[in-house]
Write a protein that binds this ligand. Structure first.
Ligand code: FAD
Ligand code: MLT
Ligand code: ZN
Length: 487
């Protein structure tokens, strides 16, 4: 935006109007927290994959709910779009200001990082939206509890962002996703009014579940400022196995058998030979077996301190599966060895992104399939990519116990979504969901109606219009509030 006079930019009626708004916002948060320097703004303007980017009028960094209230009041009155942002680790372009023509302000919530003392009686905690997952984990573990959701972006992803995306993660098989952990929320509506229910009541049938509605709303219904979260008992007695298999069908048979046998399953993840090869080459990791297999499962069990040896229980369960299913297996319990095996799975995201920096950002399609359709899907998606984009690279991995596969396609240009379209249509044809855990954001908006149907999408629009009639919250994300005149 350097060569376009401010007054001529779409949506800024005059330069003094824009300046006046930023001046007033500076009086709320302090000049240091209204960032206009393009170099400093940049990391807030580009998404984690590099596929989505835009320019913000400014980045504003409130430190309290009352500052969020003031900012939203002013932006609502001025009709200025706001893009809420947490750790900016989202993978569907929902937290960055791709230009909608009205000069959006990015509102970074990271300074809302207060952690209240863990409520030992209820096993709950109230934290600010800007607390990172890793900080939450340290905080609650220090008080003898644990948190039920974990994911690879733990050092940056925030509680607010994880609620806004209804993040799933690595332990959903045991504890559910973010929606299952949220006991209450404090949030600020588009016009600056605050809603709060943080009492931690587990039974509360007093009308619409606003916290449930805001969970997964991707910054389109309100800005989440605080959350009351359910905690889980720590399970420090852990074993991690990597199991090598010949086919995905065999892997699914293993999942069914282990789920029936082990009550302590914490994670069941899948990856494939080509992904493992890339991870080993680029992240300098050792492959788990001398002879590669086609498919790999990473399995973690976790139990209470006094429980029987977890490695023994897990290795017996794997042994019972027999050589028909299991080609090779490695089981460890030491923390460093467990982390090493986990790296084989978690490093997929970063090495695919690093490859994307060379060949073009990955098209990340995060989908769920019914268990019975997974094998067919993987066969067909491989054929489809090979036919439509012969020089593209396809990497699959994911959370197998949840039926959630991450389909990563590298090769097509960022704005060429023909392969995306074909893959998502295949998913819907097979009875799956076009977004398992990352959300719709900008990336999947085009296909929301294909998946949910016109009536559900119109209901979503109506909710959005009711809560944000001037359409200032995250325009361009999730569902268009059609029919609303721009302010
Ligand atoms: P951001 O990226 O900042 O924002 C995401 C969305 O939430 C945007 O639409 C934004 O507008 C909105 N938002 C953010 N904060 C607020 C707020 N306070 N109020 C209202 N709206 C808000 N996701 C999974 O589900 N499972 C995984 O296993 C997983 N693993 C990942 C591993 C890596 C290495 C990476 C990079 C990402 C991974 N993700 C995963 C995706 C990402 O971490 C999650 O979507 C996470 O929930 C985003 O949190 P954030 O704070 O970074 O949100
Ligand atoms: C994961 O499971 O690692 C994440 O959802 C990130 C990704 O899809 O790359
Ligand atoms: Zn995932």
């Amino acid at each position: 935006m350097t060569d376009v006079p401010e007054a001529d930019r779409p949506g800024s009626s005059t330069a003094s109007h824009t300046d006046a708004l930023l001046d007033r916002l500076e009086r709320v948060v302090g000049a240091a927290h209204v960032i206009t320097d393009p170099d400093v703004r940049r990391s807030y303007e580009v998404d984690w994959t590099g596929r989505y980017a835009g320019e913000a009028r400014a980045v504003i960094r409130p430190a309290s709910t009352s500052e969020v209230v003031e900012i939203l009041r002013m932006c609502h009155a001025a009709g200025c779009p706001i893009v809420p942002q947490g750790g900016n680790t989202g993978l569907v372009g929902g937290g960055v200001p791709v230009d909608e023509g009205r000069g959006a302000i990015v509102m970074s919530l990271r300074r809302l990082d207060r952690r209240d003392a863990v409520d030992l009686v209820s096993g709950q905690v109230t934290v600010g939206a800007g607390v990172t997952l890793a900080a939450l984990q340290r905080h609650v573990r220090g008080a003898g509890w644990d948190f039920g959701v974990d994911l690879g972006a733990r050092d940056s992803a925030t509680v607010g962002g994880m609620i806004a995306t209804n993040a799933g993660g690595l332990r959903l098989v045991r504890y559910g996703g973010m929606r299952q952990q949220v006991v209450g929320l404090e949030a600020v509506l588009a016009d600056g009014r605050r809603v709060e229910r943080l009492g931690g009541l587990l039974k509360d049938n007093t009308g619409y579940d606003l916290a449930g509605l805001m969970t997964g709303s991707e910054g389109t219904l309100a800005v989440i400022t605080r959350a009351r979260l359910r905690l889980v008992a720590p399970q420090p007695n852990r074993a991690v196995a990597v199991v090598g298999l010949n086919t995905l069908a065999d892997a699914l048979e293993v999942v069914v058998a282990l789920r029936a046998e082990l009550t302590t399953l914490d994670a069941v993840e899948v990856f494939f030979a080509d992904g493992l090869r890339l991870v080993c080459e680029r992240a300098g990791l050792r492959p788990p077996f001398e002879v590669p297999t086609a498919v790999y499962l990473l399995i973690e069990t976790a139990d209470r301190p006094a429980a029987p040896d977890p490695a023994h229980t897990l290795s017996e369960a794997i042994a019972r599966l027999g050589p028909r299913l299991v080609v090779d297996a490695s089981i460890v319990t030491e923390p460093a060895a467990r982390r090493e095996l986990w790296r084989l799975r978690e490093a997929h995201t970063e090495v695919i992104n690093a490859l994307g920096a060379e060949v073009g950002a990955p098209h990340k399609l995060d989908v769920t399939l019914p268990a019975a359709a997974l094998v067919d899907f993987v066969d067909r998606v491989s054929d489809l990519v090979a036919t439509m984009a012969p020089s593209a690279k396809l990497f699959l991995f994911g959370h197998l116990a949840d039926g959630n596969l991450h389909v990563n396609v590298l090769g097509p240009d960022a704005d060429d979504d023909r392969v995306d379209d074909a893959v998502l249509r295949l998913v819907v044809d097979l009875g799956g969901s076009i977004s398992a855990e990352h959300g719709i954001g900008r990336a999947k908006r085009r296909w929301l109606e294909l998946d949910r149907g016109p009536v559900a999408v119109e209901a979503m629009r109506a909710i959005r219009r009711a809560l944000d009639p001037r359409a200032i919250l995250n325009p361009g994300v999730l569902v268009s509030p059609d029919g609303i005149a721009a302010p």
